[in-house]
Design a protein around this ligand. Structure first.
Ligand code: UTP
Length: 409
């Protein structure tokens, strides 16, 4: 991209000022900035001033889940179906590890975080250990394992995996890909600069994973390998079950295009996305959109009607994803602390939010696909997220849950 082209692209969205230092840059810095501008989509910025134009929520109603007693009764059958699909190479894992982990506040990617006490127990190691349980159950059949990183943590993640010999996973079955980045803006919708040659940006949310896979040419790879189902999950749950054969089997047998692992909510206001129907289609309502009325609603058994929270572990039928890949997912405009360069050229790390980031969320993909099986799991065995250093969903709570599950730390 030339400077003229960059200027034109930026002026279309009123952001020419991002080029204000261009004359001071070396050839190399100039090229890096132009590359960044060429790759970046700025078309969402105007929504900062035009939020009414963002998708409105439809009518919310309850959606039942497949509950534990039903799953336990059919466990062996589901497992047989799931393992057959895994052995046939039809199931792949997709680890979403492109997040910034700002709440945890570690300088390294979250997957490198060590929760060990007498030995190293890195988050990534825990995930691979759990994946290996399934490999063993599938008679040694490794499933393809895709890892989504971002520009901010790609090299560190790749090097870490190499240094640790992939924690025993077959390296030929591991593929890294980067997610897209989105610009970060101030409250007036103006781009922040991180340096004279770099626009402030952040990963564009975990909803962009499939389009980023497609951009990286990996849909062909999925076809070549014969993958029909993708199990997507968060990096930060150290009890995460990966390609769980029972879940895979239940979703395949349900005939649904997707499945979502859910837990019974600990309290109506627990901060987890909640399964529901939206305009008659499966959907997930974020905790901050839950009204008091929804929290108080009861079903015919007298239980809370919106009682199942998602744990960021989904199964998607690959061919259905290809059909929705061009659909625009809901855009979430999120207030965040954005490091930026001030007028004196110093990098400022704000201690309170100073602008917006733009994100798409994987939970909105459930609504785009028409059918979903909410599949209940026991939270004490499967849900130990690390979001914070201490308190709720923290290193401390996750360690405690690991100990209760007999994992040596
Ligand atoms: P979170 O919503 O917890 O975000 O991500 P985060 O960036 O990791 O942490 P905070 O909010 O800054 O503290 C849930 C999952 O989605 C992935 C994360 O890596 C995590 O596995 N994710 C999130 C991405 O892969 N890309 C993103 O852009 C955002």
């Amino acid at each position: 991209m030339t400077i003229e082209e960059a200027r034109e692209k930026l002026s279309e969205c009123g952001q020419e000022e991002a080029l204000r230092y261009v004359d001071e840059l070396s050839e190399e810095e100039k090229a890096a900035l132009l590359d960044q501008i060429a790759a970046m989509d700025f078309s969402m910025i105007h929504y900062v001033h035009d939020r009414e134009a963002l998708k409105e929520r439809g009518k919310i109603s309850p959606l039942t889940a497949m509950e534990l007693d039903e799953i336990d009764a059919k466990k062996e059958e589901f497992k047989r179906t799931g393992l057959a699909a895994i052995r046939a190479g039809k199931v792949a894992a997709v680890l979403l590890a492109g997040g910034m982990g700002t709440r945890l506040g570690s300088d390294n990617p979250k997957c490198m975080y060590d929760i060990g006490e007498t030995r190293h127990v890195y988050i990534m190691q825990r995930l691979i250990e759990n994946a290996m349980d399934v490999v063993r159950e599938a008679d040694g059949k490794f499933f393809p394992f895709y890892i989504m990183t971002s520009d901010k943590n790609h090299e560190a993640t790749v090097n870490f995996m190499k240094e640790h010999d992939y924690f025993g996973y077959d390296p030929s079955m591991i593929t890294f890909f980067r997610q897209d980045m989105a610009p970060a803006v101030d409250y007036n919708g103006k781009l922040y600069l991180e340096s004279k040659s770099r626009i402030a940006s952040s990963p564009n949310g975990n909803g962009g994973w499939f389009s980023s896979m497609a951009k990286a040419g990996l849909v062909d790879d999925l076809h070549r390998r014969g993958v029909e189902w993708l199990n997507c999950f968060a990096v930060d749950n150290v009890l995460q079950r990966i390609c769980d054969p029972v879940f895979v089997g239940a979703t395949i047998e349900s005939g649904c295009a997707s499945g979502a692992k859910v837990v019974r909510k600990a309290a109506p206001d627990e901060k987890v996305g909640c399964m529901c129907l939206e305009d008659g289609k499966p959907s997930i309502i974020e905790y901050y959109d839950m009204t008091q009325e929804l929290m108080d609603a009861k079903n015919e058994k007298g239980d809370p009607a919106y009682n199942f929270g998602v744990i960021l572990n989904y199964l998607f039928r690959e061919k259905d994803l290809e059909q929705i890949v061009d659909e625009k997912l809901t855009l979430h405009i999120v207030e965040k602390k954005i490091p930026y360069m001030d007028e004196h050229g110093n990098l400022v790390k704000p201690d309170k939010p100073n602008g917006y980031k733009f994100e798409q969320l994987i939970l909105d993909m459930i609504h785009e696909l028409n059918t979903c099986l909410p599949f209940e799991v026991r939270r004490e065995y499967e849900f130990a997220p690390i979001k914070n250093k201490t308190g709720v969903d923290s290193v401390d709570s996750a360690k405690q849950l690991c100990r209760e599950n007999g994992i040596e730390l």
